[in-house]
Design a protein around this ligand. Structure first.
Ligand code: C2O
Length: 484
């Protein structure tokens, strides 16, 4: 065990967590493999010197040695997601981003990739680990992926941000799934918000290959990151309260192509992957490294990810919104002042509310026909140069702002602006919970919605001013507030 390994090992055991992997877990995993069920563990709970990590390392090495024309090679698998040099006749550049197929497509992608890894490693019991970061718990790059920091380690990638490879914890809001998990509607906000944070935010925070779509899947941490996103889909469903997968035919029946472990082209649809344990024979161990396996997801799993325990009134509102119909025509309440330039200092955008807009907002809360969504939409977001920071967005920050107002647990927090994607980006946020909270706190302003963009480092201790210098990071072309 290297020094880093030992430290993480001791940290895990000292905090009452039990490290699995190595020899202790082998009989149970063997049994699981026999009935065809595989358990994906939190990577922080695995022994870095244990069987799972060894198998993954072996598979990466074996797959990298295969020719890119081999569908089971590392290059071909990464190219299914994205590539700058597509090979003719191969499945390439398929990643579904900014799309309602985001979760289902990536679930199928992981499923076949895991089969390929299992075969390449010669380990039929292998299951992909997930990167179980949480805002209040561990959130550094897992030690096996950065130590040893040399080409001899197949999980190490030199091009990541230096602080990431040094093991510096991610900035807490980068990994906060709370805003996404609190949503009740799959298409309305859960999927798009989760795709932004933690998904896109973690991509860009890791940097290097992970930071851009056409190269992301080349980094071995990509697959563990996506297992966690896949797991959060399960956590969301288990939260109940009306949370449900889409039921429309296009979502259920659109088929996507991949390669299986023999290199054959295979395809699955959304309807095939609704229940990972029943249909795909894998499930997720709980994110706390307790002994034994969870029977399923409990409310605690959701609670762990949502530090802001929702107030009963918020739940009632979310519940009523989930049953309302969308407006036939979205109602534009307000528009931003034009382009907003984001640099190292906090930037403000004011959206003035007309008397009509105020009335519409009032009735949005009470009127069952008042629309389903209150959305802040950032459009035509152009990133300049390399992403050195991301932004937290706050609503109606009090003048002179205390530090407790500008943290992701504050009632003013709307969400993050991440820069994962190509070309002009669009991001949507749910203003309804913030609106209700601020009204209750009597800090909601009726004349203007004031958004403040606060530059944040990807990892703890980073200084946005130093990371960015005086330059511009991004320009938000248009901001709109709509009832939909
Ligand atoms: Cu298709 Cu996380 O990227």
């Amino acid at each position: 065990m290297t020094e880093m390994n030992r430290r993480e090992f001791v940290l895990a055991t000292a905090s009452g967590l039990v490290v699995v992997g190595g020899t202790g877990i082998a009989p149970r995993l063997a049994a699981a493999a026999q009935n065809g069920m595989h358990v994906r563990h939190n990577v922080y709970c695995l022994n870095p010197a244990g069987r799972e990590i060894a198998s993954y390392k072996k598979a990466v090495t074996v797959m990298k040695a295969r020719a890119p024309t081999d569908p089971t090679s590392w290059a071909a698998q990464a190219a299914i997601h994205g590539t700058l040099t597509p090979l003719a006749g191969m499945i390439t550049n398929q990643c579904k981003h900014g799309s309602r197929f985001f979760l289902s497509w990536h679930r199928i992608f992981l499923y076949y990739f895991e089969k390929i890894v299992r075969a390449a490693a010669g380990d039929p019991a292998f299951a992909l680990p997930y990167w179980g970061y949480t805002p209040t718990g561990q959130r550094n790059l897992p030690v096996s992926f950065r130590s040893p920091a040399s080409a001899a380690n197949p999980l190490f990638v030199a091009g990541r941000h230096a602080a990431i490879n040094a093991g510096t914890p991610l900035f807490p809001s980068v990994v906060d799934a709370g805003a996404a998990l609190a949503e009740l509607g799959f298409d309305a906000f859960f999927s798009p918000i989760l795709e932004g944070t933690p998904h896109g935010a973690v991509h860009v925070a890791v940097g290097g290959w992970m930071g851009s779509v056409p190269t992301a899947a080349q980094d071995p941490i990509f697959w563990l990151h996506h297992c966690n996103i896949d797991r959060l889909w399960d956590v969301w469903i288990a939260g109940g309260g009306g949370r449900a997968d889409p039921t429309d035919a296009p979502w259920l029946t659109t088929a996507f192509n991949f390669y299986d472990e023999t290199g054959a082209t295979v395809s699955l649809t959304g309807a095939d992957v609704l229940n990972d344990a029943r249909q795909l024979r894998y499930r997720y161990a709980p994110d706390a490294c307790a002994q034994g396996e969870a029977k399923g997801f409990d409310k605690l799993a959701l609670r762990r990810h949502t530090r802001r325990v929702p107030e009963p009134r918020m739940i009632a509102l979310a519940d009523s919104l989930s049953r309302r119909a969308e407006l036939a025509q979205p109602l534009e309440l307000a528009q931003g002042p034009g382009a907003v330039t984001l640099g190292p200092a906090p930037a403000e955008a004011r959206l003035p509310l007309t008397p009509d807009a105020r009335r519409a907002l009032e009735s949005f809360l009470k009127d069952p026909k008042g629309g389903k969504r209150l959305a802040v939409s950032l459009e035509d977001v152009r990133v300049e140069g390399e992403a050195a920071v991301f932004y937290e967005i706050y609503v109606d920050l009090p003048a002179g702002g205390a530090a407790r107002d500008t943290v992701y647990t504050s009632p003013h927090y709307l969400g993050n602006l991440d820069f994962f994607g190509e070309g002009a980006l669009t991001r949507r946020y749910n203003l309804a919970p913030v609106y209700v909270r601020l009204r209750e706190l009597k800090t909601w302003s009726d004349d203007t919605v004031r958004l403040t963009f606060v530059a944040r480092p990807f990892t703890e201790g980073g200084d946005p001013g130093k990371l960015l210098g005086a330059r511009t990071q991004a320009v938000v072309g248009r901001i709109a507030l709509r009832i939909e």
